[in-house]
Design a protein around this ligand. Structure first.
Ligand SMILES: *Cc1c(COP(=O)(O)O)cnc(C)c1O
Length: 387
């Protein structure tokens, strides 16, 4: 299916709403029935029709069709945040006594699920360096039911060989789930590489304007039906119609925005690599990146997120750089129109800051929709103030 068709037409039935180009927001909690038999059928299986918007909703359906097609998946569910999608995807695939193998340092709220919530129910997690394929095999136990991947990671961009990890899991009957937020399905299609459940936050590139949260889980019809009947209806954190509508709007320009952002990022990364005050730039599509070959093999593109290390041992110098940027804003998140910076040290108590640990000196940059020269001059003036 062509990307243009998915973003502009799939799932839309304009004759049903006055031939309006933009879809309506079906802001209704419940749906009316004329016959008891029809109501009975809807109650037996909520996936068969509109009953109550905690289950299906027409605006959300339109979005579901588009996002499943983008992932090359049979079906998907859209959640009120990426964290909700992560939680449900993990929960569905474990029971008391089970074991998970996860990449080390996954997204914060995946890690909290593994470290804080699941141990209360007797589910344990082993973290591995997922860049080495043999680690997956070695960490697997008789009770392992889930492999959790995140490729690339959103701080150091560590990759996993997705096809190889999925193949190991298939042999052992282990479910695979990946956080594909960095790439979006436009730049990486994990389902085609053999992954069972592909998750992405829609808050970042799908929304694209820093005004909506959402999360996606894509997979087989059977897997998605199982999640729908249980976690989706039970937790009740499906996306709301208005937010679904904003995400549909975001999809219209997704491809154009990603093109723009990856071109800008290339220019900015080239500038930073030449800069005398920069020690290192971590970016998966840079030739110096340790897993560059794998990145080129399994990713179609790399977007606006990368990490820099400034030549300094001082926390104050990092703080000075971040606070001196005039147009690049300091905030969490990424994927919107606005360029962002966030230093790793903001999550480390100053007394624990260890300049010998390079990770403590990481500064994550996100390039948005501004012109490259505008961003470069901002970086240049902030770097000039760093001692
Ligand atoms: C932001 C983010 C999420 C979570 O998404 P929310 O919509 O904020 O809940 C998950 N994974 C990665 C890599 C993210 O950056």
């Amino acid at each position: 299916m062509e990307i243009s068709y998915i973003l502009n037409e799939l799932g839309e039935d304009r004759e049903n709403y006055f031939n309006a180009v933009a879809p309506p927001i079906m802001q209704s909690s419940n749906f009316v029935f004329k016959r008891v038999d029809d109501l009975s059928r809807a109650l037996r299986d909520e996936m068969q029709g509109y009953l109550y918007s905690r289950g299906l909703n027409p605006t959300v359906e339109m979005l579901r069709k588009k996002l499943a097609a983008l992932d090359g998946a049979e079906d998907c569910l859209v959640w009120s945040s990426g964290a909700a999608a992560i939680f449900a995807g993990i929960l569905t695939n474990v029971k008391s006594g089970d074991h998970i193998v996860s990449v080390k340092a996954p997204y914060t709220w995946a890690q909290r699920t593994f470290d804080v919530i699941l141990p209360r129910f007797g589910v344990t997690t082993t973290y591995i360096d997922g860049t080495k394929i043999e680690n997956w095999e070695q960490a697997t136990r008789h009770n392992t039911t889930l492999f959790y991947l995140e490729s690339p990671n959103s701080w150091d961009f560590a990759l996993q060989d997705i096809r190889a990890v999925a193949a190991i899991a298939k042999k052992k009957n282990i479910v695979t789930m990946i956080d594909n937020s960095y790439c979006t399905p436009l730049y990486q299609r994990p389902i085609e590489l053999g992954i069972d459940l592909s998750m992405q936050t829609a808050t970042k590139y799908i929304g694209g304007h820093s005004d909506v949260l959402g999360g996606v889980l894509s997979g087989s019809k059977a897997m998605i039906k199982r999640i729908f009947d249980s976690e989706y209806l039970n937790i009740g954190s499906g996306i709301q119609p208005f937010n679904a509508w904003l995400l549909i709007r975001g999809l219209r320009t997704l491809s154009a925005r990603l093109d723009r952002i990856s071109n800008t990022t290339k220019e900015v990364v080239a500038f930073l690599k030449m800069h005398p005050k920069i020690e290192e730039v971590l970016f998966p599509f840079d030739e110096s990146f340790p897993q560059y070959e794998l990145a080129k093999k399994q990713m179609r593109g790399a977007c606006g997120l990368f990490t820099i290390v400034i030549k300094t041992r001082k926390r104050e110098a990092i703080v000075k750089f971040c606070e001196s940027l005039k147009h690049i804003l300091m905030a969490v998140s990424w994927g919107g129109h606005e360029s962002l910076v966030i230093p790793k040290c903001c999550g480390i108590a100053p007394i624990d800051f260890d300049p010998g640990n390079k990770e403590h000196r990481y500064i994550r940059m996100y390039m948005g929709m501004e012109d490259a020269p505008y961003l470069i001059s901002d970086l240049e003036q902030a770097l000039s103030l760093v001692e």
